[in-house]
Design a protein around this ligand. Structure first.
Ligand code: RIB
Ligand code: CA
Length: 307
């Protein structure tokens, strides 16, 4: 039996987060040691409640630790317009599993889990990078115990929050810069692949027959404004999980990435130096393309493995 890869998911559920978490938990290949929450799509209280509601619905016993309630510097500007006021509008979840919520904050919980692990852990941030930046700043000793950071965030081209900035990076660009400057191996599932990771109408129709998570997805997708039933629903965060479980879906480039902090028009832009103008060594493996048809098949197959 293949040994499961130990991971920590840092998340701001979030409708697309919900499917990414489900696929990770039911994949049979990932050992989700901890789920940490970060303010992003909606407030820290709501994303934490949503994480605990998901675990209640999934019947999974994973500890949850609450993290940052705002970005390092600026105010939280949420994405409730995309995910609804609760962050997961559209489905009647059971009561949250409050017993799974640790008294520890996310940063201390991540440090404890990472340092206690018998092997290096993969961090999977699928929200703003505030918690990850705080972890690396407060406890630099964790770096050598982290195998990889596989994130959803950033963009090779244009943005979805700002003209040139993707939501997770734009929400906390200073945190993102700390992470990209860390020297830890990083994989970036960019907006460019997220925009092609679509659940199309003929896929959505199949979801209710794929079990309880499929039915949950079908209900949530009615409220999800990350695309539409007709034009395709963007599974941004599932791309980070897809990289872990099916990396051949992606075309990747090892290159240098920096984060614009000073641009009055471009703050939060991930500057992906594909042509090495800046003469810097590569600090990230950037997903620049995805096989959209293969992703659709993988997504439905993965949801079918859930309850
Ligand atoms: O830009 C997409 C990202 O922003 C996803 O993580 C989505 O959940 C939102 O947080
Ligand atoms: Ca997210």
């Amino acid at each position: 039996m293949l040994k499961k890869r130990p991971i920590i998911i840092d998340t701001d559920p979030g409708i697309d987060d919900a499917l990414a978490i489900a696929i990770a938990l039911f994949s049979g290949e990932l050992d989700v040691r901890l789920i940490t929450t970060v303010a992003g799509n909606v407030s820290i209280e709501k994303v934490t409640r949503n994480a605990l509601r998901l675990l209640s619905f999934f019947g999974k016993e994973v500890p949850v630790a609450m993290g940052a309630r705002k970005p390092l510097i600026g105010p939280l500007v949420d994405a409730s317009d995309i995910h609804g006021a609760s962050g997961m509008e559209g489905f009647d979840f059971p009561e949250p599993r409050e017993d799974l919520l640790l008294q520890e904050n996310a940063v201390n919980a991540m440090r404890r889990v990472i340092m206690a692990s018998e092997e290096p852990i993969t961090l999977v941030p699928i929200g703003p990078l505030t918690n990850i930046a705080l972890l690396l700043s407060m406890y630099p000793e964790v770096s050598e115990h982290i195998r990889e950071i596989v994130m959803m965030g950033g963009s090779v081209t244009r943005g979805n929050k700002g003209v040139m900035s993707e939501f997770n990076i734009a929400t906390d660009p200073e945190a993102a810069k700390i992470v990209f400057d860390s020297g830890i191996p990083i994989v970036v599932a960019t907006l460019d692949v997220g925009l092609k990771a679509l659940v199309m109408p003929e896929d959505t129709q199949k979801l209710p027959d794929l079990g309880q998570v499929g039915q949950m997805a079908h209900c949530l997708f009615r409220k999800y404004r990350g695309g539409s039933f007709n034009t395709g629903l963007k599974m941004y965060d599932s791309c980070a999980i897809a990289y872990l479980l099916a990396p051949t879906l992606f075309e990747t480039v090892d290159t240098f990435v920096d984060v614009e902090l000073a641009g009055s028009l471009t703050k939060g832009c991930t500057v992906v130096d594909l042509k090495n103008y800046m003469k810097q060594p590569a600090n990230a493996k950037v997903c620049v393309d995805i096989d959209g048809e293969a992703f659709r098949r993988w997504f439905l197959e993965s949801v079918g493995k859930c309850i």
